[in-house]
Design a binder for this molecule. Structure first.
Ligand code: NAD
Length: 424
């Protein structure tokens, strides 16, 4: 097998470089040949569009829209659309590749894609957002499609934008095509269980890992960074299964209670307090950095990327890290985590519950049928649990950490499928 030079790890890491360096390590461990490596390294399609939009004051502003399809080897590509001022082609390319590995690791029949528009959604009116979203959909008409490429929400977009995309696409087809996007409002064909799906997958991964480490959930403690969609549902569901959640945090600070935080009360408080935990009295305020140094069994980063780095990794005392967020651990910190013998349920595995239920949404739309929440949960738990087992077994077989094992499982699946399908 040809040697593939690993990417140099720079002083300043970014999550996407970290992802690519892991892709290279896993490719080497798998003995992937250079041809397939090169196929998987580069996206199949990169689309850049210009979107002139009439603003509310009558002026015309031109926005840049992107869609990158990294791979459609396993099936139609899947990935969110991000509205943010920081959107750029390199970022979208990396996020698209990330989606390929995530879908492959949980074994759903999708390739990976990502899209975005460089804009500031907080400074735009609903009307401006609607015109921009509809213009983007029209510009991507030849890209999107239930059997081609299926967008979903990401930073700055949600069910409202998905409804506009679905409606605009449907108009051009002369019929309702709700399977063209996922993350839609329930009444438009959204799936029950989607809102809590990522947090739920984090819980399933955490319990599966605890079983391997012989940690009894009823005698375990946990700290969770981030109390948004992923963090709060992970906290609630872990608490329901006996885990004592002693620390939670959000942008307002970190909250610690050694007797366990009442998560339902914290969620109610947040919901009535403009979405933040500021002033929450069910726990004492601690330095947010301390969350990573607590004497807990499980640590769940569920806020943002690059929060476990060489700066704080030495002080981590948890036995298990379950990555709710995308890219919370830098590649350099990984090496130290492995030396310390901490088990990691990596992002592309642990937070794949969301894309799994998005897949169920698409399946239900195509069936013209609605599953009960109970059926959605049962099936997604099964997918998450067996993905965990596959990755765990690969980590033993290849003698690599769980993160590299997850990439091995994913890359192996895509590479094998590519070999069967073939190219020119
Ligand atoms: P969200 O916006 O609902 O919540 C983010 C939370 O993190 C908020 O509570 C916010 O206050 C907190 N936060 C932000 N910066 C922080 C900081 N510096 N310290 C502590 N807390 C901070 O977002 P989300 O949907 O829960 O996503 C969280 C992470 O999970 C992101 O990395 C996202 O990419 C990833 N993810 C989300 C999904 C999903 O289905 N929502 C799926 C896969 C991955």
């Amino acid at each position: 097998m040809a040697y593939i030079e690993p990417a140099p790890i720079k002083d300043k890491e970014n999550p996407f470089e970290s992802m690519m360096s892991r892709f290279q390590i896993a490719s080497q461990a798998l003995g992937l040949d250079n041809e397939v490596y090169n196929v998987l390294k580069t996206p199949v399609k990169q689309v850049l569009v210009s979107l002139p939009i009439t603003m509310d004051d009558g002026s015309i502003q031109v926005f840049e829209g992107y869609r990158v399809i990294h791979s459609n080897i396993l099936g139609p590509s899947k990935g969110g659309v991000r509205y943010d001022m920081g959107v750029n082609l390199d970022e979208v390319k990396a996020l698209a590749a990330w989606m390929t590995w995530k879908c492959a690791v949980v074994d759903i029949p999708y390739g990976g894609a990502k899209g975005g528009i460089r804009c500031n959604p907080r400074q735009m009116s609903a009307g401006e957002m609607e015109r921009l979203t509809r213009a983007y959909t029209i510009a991507m008409l030849e890209i999107f499609g239930p059997d081609r490429d299926i967008p979903a929400p990401d930073m700055g977009t949600g069910p409202r934008e998905m409804a506009w995309m679905m409606d605009e696409f449907s108009r051009t087809q002369g019929m309702t095509v709700n399977s063209v996007v996922t993350g839609k409002p329930l009444v438009l064909g959204g799936s029950l269980g989607r809102t809590e799906a990522t947090g739920r997958g984090v819980m399933v991964s955490a319990l599966a890992a605890m079983e391997k480490l012989k940690i009894n959930p009823y005698q375990s403690t946990c700290a969770i960074q981030g109390f948004g969609n992923v963090g709060s549902f992970a906290a609630l569901l872990l608490e329901e299964r006996g885990v004592k959640v002693v620390c939670i945090s959000d942008i307002s600070g970190a909250y610690f209670n050694e007797n366990g935080i009442d998560i339902k009360a914290a969620i109610e408080y947040r919901n009535e307090n403009k979405g933040t935990l500021e002033g929450f009295e069910g726990a004492e305020n601690i330095d947010p950095d301390e969350l990573f140094h607590l004497e807990v069994d499980v640590l769940v980063p569920a806020a943002k990327e690059d929060v476990i780095t060489v700066k704080n990794v030495d002080k981590i005392k948890a036995k298990l890290i379950v990555e709710g967020a995308n890219g919370p651990t830098s590649a350099k910190a990984d090496a130290i985590i492995n030396e310390k013998g901490i088990l990691v349920a990596p992002d592309i595995l642990a937070n794949a519950g969301g894309v799994t239920v998005s897949y169920f949404e698409w399946v239900q739309n195509r069936l013209g049928y609605k599953w009960t929440g109970e059926r959605v949960n049962r099936r997604s738990d099964r997918i998450m649990k067996s993905a965990f087992e596959r990755v765990y077994n690969a980590s033993i077989e290849y003698k690599v950490p769980m993160r590299i094992a997850a990439y091995i499982v994913a890359i192996d699946k895509v590479a094998k499928t590519y070999k069967y399908r073939g190219g020119f």
